[in-house]
Design a protein around this ligand. Structure first.
Ligand code: MG
Length: 380
């Protein structure tokens, strides 16, 4: 029996993780559930899964479920992340908040199933050095990074020559570039292949997400930028590939679903039935791979520049992205202004550091404040 603490249980990944736990009740148990503010759904989940501990991170709401200890606020969040009886902590919160969750879990020596990519983007060195120091595993849940992990036989340190990271191109891949300033949030949220949360779906449309995933792969697999090649692959069947010294390329394929990478992080090296339909290759016909059109995806180029520069740049990029996407989802700015706001936030030097959580939190806060100011100027 593996005990799992689910951080972000009411989000898209968290709900699919509970689906896996529901499928294999004799193997997995949700010992702690933590949500941000979805009190009603957390109560439903606590009723069904009977965890020892349930937490709402936002301090102004409460739930009451018989037999379940409840806490709210930051202390409860930290306790759930480092929950004593957990074997694996699934970090499935989105954005900068994932960094604290991952660091809390690793500091307690817990294996972390990491669905939150931002923690590696902003604090990859910190996260992975803490994992090494504590002898804890970081298990990739992002589908591309799970694919790479599978191609490397679950060994993040295995040698390879290149990573071929695939991207769908997002919801707006066929919209003429000159029409991009006029697309609505609803259009940008209509992802052709994947069902995910709002922030990441917009990041797929801009390919900021793929830029983050390049940095995530650099950290997880010790690769520099020159060894990671991004390819647009419209069908989202090849979840990524690894090329080896002899020229052999291994790909992991499957229907687009997060359930497999989530379940595999819990069961590896074992594979169990995942209740997903098989890929029907004959029906699918051709698989396509293309270069990234840099003119269509300026956020991707900004992210690669930040990956190259390192330091505080990835943290500033992430913060600016969160603010800009939020403004777009609220209808305050145009789609194409997301990239403009990020670029403008990155353009001036900023105080702050990267060598501790506190330093990163300061950098994040400064970058957010600057990005907010730029958003206000843009909408004024
Ligand atoms: Mg991904």
């Amino acid at each position: 029996m593996k005990n799992i603490s689910v951080i972000g249980s009411t989000g898209s990944i968290g709900r699919q993780a509970l689906e896996v736990i529901r499928r294999y009740p004799d193997r997995f148990r949700a010992v702690a559930l933590c949500a941000n503010e979805s009190a009603d759904l957390l109560a439903v989940q606590a009723n069904e899964f009977g965890p020892e501990f349930a937490v709402l991170r936002s301090a102004d709401k409460k739930i009451s479920v018989a037999g379940v200890r409840f806490a709210c606020g930051e202390e409860g969040f930290e306790e759930a992340c480092a929950y004593p009886s957990a074997d694996i902590v699934l970090v499935a919160v989105s954005g900068f908040a994932g960094l604290k969750a991952a660091l809390c879990a690793l500091a307690a020596g817990k294996d972390v199933a990491l669905a939150n990519k931002e923690s590696l983007v902003v604090g990859g060195d910190l996260v992975l050095s803490l994992a090494a120091q504590k002898g804890a595993n970081v298990l990739p849940v992002d589908s591309e990074h799970s694919a790479i992990w599978q191609c490397l036989h679950f060994d993040r340190h295995a040698p390879f020559s290149r990573i071929l990271l695939t991207a769908s191109g997002g919801a707006l891949r066929d919209v003429p570039i000159e029409k991009l300033p006029f697309v609505t949030a609803k259009e940008a949220l209509a992802h052709p292949n994947w069902k995910m949360g709002a922030k990441i779906t917009i990041d797929c449309a801009t390919m900021l997400n793929k830029g983050f995933e390049v940095m995530e792969a650099m950290h997880l697999y010790g690769a520099d930028l020159s060894r990671i090649k991004v390819l647009v692959h419209r069908e989202s069947i090849v979840h990524s590939m690894v090329e080896f010294a002899d020229g052999a390329v291994l790909a992991q394929m499957g229907v687009p679903s997060m359930e497999l990478p989530i379940q595999l992080a819990f069961t590896y090296p074992e594979r169990l039935s995942c209740a997903l339909p098989p890929v029907d290759f004959a029906k699918l016909g051709a698989l396509h791979f293309e270069e990234v059109d840099k003119g269509r995806y300026p956020c991707f180029s900004l992210a690669l520049a930040c990956a190259e520069k390192g330091g505080t740049y990835p943290c500033i990029l992430n913060a600016a992205g969160e603010i800009a996407v939020q403004a777009f989802l609220r209808g305050q700015i145009k789609y194409t202004q997301i990239a403009e706001i990020i670029e403008s936030t990155l353009s001036q030097p900023l105080q702050g550091g990267t060598d501790s959580y506190a330093a990163l939190a300061e950098t994040d806060a400064l970058a957010r404040a600057r990005a907010q100011t730029i958003v206000k100027e843009v909408i004024a």
